[in-house]
Design a protein around this ligand. Structure first.
Ligand code: ADP
Ligand code: MG
Length: 474
């Protein structure tokens, strides 16, 4: 996509002036993060990294991404209720990947005991890039769907105002007026509030389960504040607090520090380093409880890369969403090529293809949070080492998506101002609530655009690679 700002990009004095305005606007609007040096204190904060200019996004693909979100909500929810599908899909992964295996064991234990939870709340974010085809026409291709701790729904609601001001400073008020309003945190909070209401206890609280290191607290506060505005109490606890002060009563109601918990909203618990033995015990306690978990452990498993790969097999979507041919078609249109590395002929063949032509692929382990995937020469070396070992089944292969880069400036505290060739990733937030068998809410709640310099193959905003952006529809 051609950058719509070609004329100003090379005007260095104008860019410098705009960057100074942008940083102050970001601070005023609350595009904030705690610092690396003091990640748990709000005495010193800085702006979260963001682009100087909004990035061009093709409006047809933007609309396509919104239009498929309710379908993805239904799909994730269907997978989470399909014990056989999760069991057979994850069978090979569980043998090779201890983290997935531990999550899966909790899932099975909770099912065997009988689910105490009857209200279900999903908050996910489906991420896409715009793949540039041979003829140059961009296509919407899903990178992954995040079913746990999908972040930046708060901070992203504040970037449009910042970018609007930047455009005005650069003499582009007409373009500024075209930036879309966007507030995912409101939609997320509506889902949490609905789940809280259906849980049915006025005195119960919503518990944000948070990490030990809380640099991204302001993003979470955006959602919290929306709940307080609805007179719903919010508490912030870590696994450690749950381990020390959590319990279940006879009806499996969850109490933490003396307060009944209606909804557990995880912003933690998605990577192995979040867990020690005590934290695993705390996780099990939460999953066994009646509280609405966002997500429950089955929904977390539905977001694994292995499940994503299995969904791309012919017939799988049809089985999971019977009678919904249009939804299936909309979902399938967003899939890139995904390949299993399970032991056998199919896996041998694709492994050999990827070793011969590594730049066509991305090698993905069952991990979240950015920085885990392998590309190019590194992909080749790793795959060559594990190609005949069952270790390879802990990975999947995916076609590499190749977006058209555009120039922009990435604004980061303590970094020099310089132009970079960038690519963007669009995320759409989905929210749904189910009571028993009945869907009572199913929505797209807003979007997130993240942009990074092309020299980084991988990594999100929290990983320090991508920065926040605002789509400018073209
Ligand atoms: P994580 O769960 O760690 O966020 P992702 O699947 O989202 O894993 O991959 C992390 C990053 O790697 C993405 O944000 C994107 O920049 C890059 N990436 C992932 N898959 C592809 C792909 N198929 N083609 C190109 N880049 C990809
Ligand atoms: Mg990702």
């Amino acid at each position: 996509m051609a950058a719509p700002w070609e004329d100003v990009l090379r005007d260095e004095p104008a860019i410098r002036e705009a960057a100074a305005v942008a940083v102050d606007a970001a601070l005023l609007e609350g595009v904030l993060m705690r610092t690396e040096g003091q990640p748990n204190a709000s005495d010193v904060v800085n702006y979260a990294p963001f682009t100087l200019l909004p990035s061009a996004v093709p409006s047809a693909l933007f609309e396509q991404a919104y239009a498929v979100q309710q379908d993805f909500n239904l799909l994730v929810d269907a997978i989470s209720q399909n014990k056989e599908f999760l069991e057979s899909t994850l069978a090979s992964t569980i043998k090779a990947d201890d983290f997935t295996a531990r999550l899966f064991r909790i899932h099975m234990q909770v099912l065997e005991e009988g689910l105490a939870q009857s209200v279900f709340l999903g908050i996910n974010r489906s991420d896409y890039m715009f793949d540039c085809g041979v003829d140059g026409t961009p296509a919407l291709k899903q990178i992954e769907i995040n079913t746990i701790a999908a972040s930046f729904g708060g901070l992203t609601s504040r970037t449009a105002a910042v970018h609007g001001q930047v455009l005005k400073v650069l003499g582009k008020s007409k373009e500024a007026s075209r930036l879309l309003p966007n507030n995912p945190s409101k939609g997320l909070a509506l889902g949490i509030a609905k789940a809280w209401e259906l849980y049915g206890s006025q005195s119960a609280v919503v518990m944000f389960l948070v990490e030990e290191v809380q640099r991204n607290i302001f993003d979470q506060r955006c959602v919290e504040n929306e709940l307080w505005n609805r007179n719903i109490r919010v508490i912030r606890k870590r696994f450690r607090d749950v381990f020390e002060k959590g319990s279940l009563d006879d009806a499996k109601r969850l109490y933490v520090d003396g307060q009944e918990v209606a909804v557990v909203y995880y912003r933690e618990g998605y990577v192995p380093k979040n867990y020690d033995q005590q934290n695993w015990e705390a996780r099990l306690l939460l999953e066994r409880s009646r509280a609405v978990k966002c997500p429950d452990i089955a929904t977390q498993l539905a977001g694994t890369k292995k499940v994503q790969q299995e969904l791309s097999r012919p017939g799988t979507l049809e089985r999971l969403l019977p009678g919904r041919a249009e939804a299936v078609a909309r979902i399938r249109a967003t899939f890139a090529g995904l390949y299993s590395l399970d032991m056998g002929e199919e896996g041998d063949k694709i492994a050999a293809t990827a070793i011969a032509d590594p730049d066509r692929f991305v090698l993905k382990p069952q991990r979240e949070g950015g920085g885990n995937n392998l590309y190019g020469e590194e992909l080749r070396q790793v795959l060559e080492k594990i190609r005949d070992s069952p270790e390879r089944t802990s990975y999947i292969l995916m076609d590499k998506i190749k977006p058209q880069p555009a120039m922009n400036y990435l604004l980061r505290a303590h970094s020099p101002l310089q132009a970079s060739e960038c690519i963007s990733e669009l995320g759409i937030f989905g929210v749904y609530v189910r009571q028993g068998k009945e869907m009572v809410m199913n929505k797209a709640a807003g979007h997130l655009l993240r942009t990074k310099a092309i020299e980084h193959a991988d990594g999100g905003v929290a990983a320090g690679v991508a920065v926040l952006d605002t789509p400018y529809l073209v």
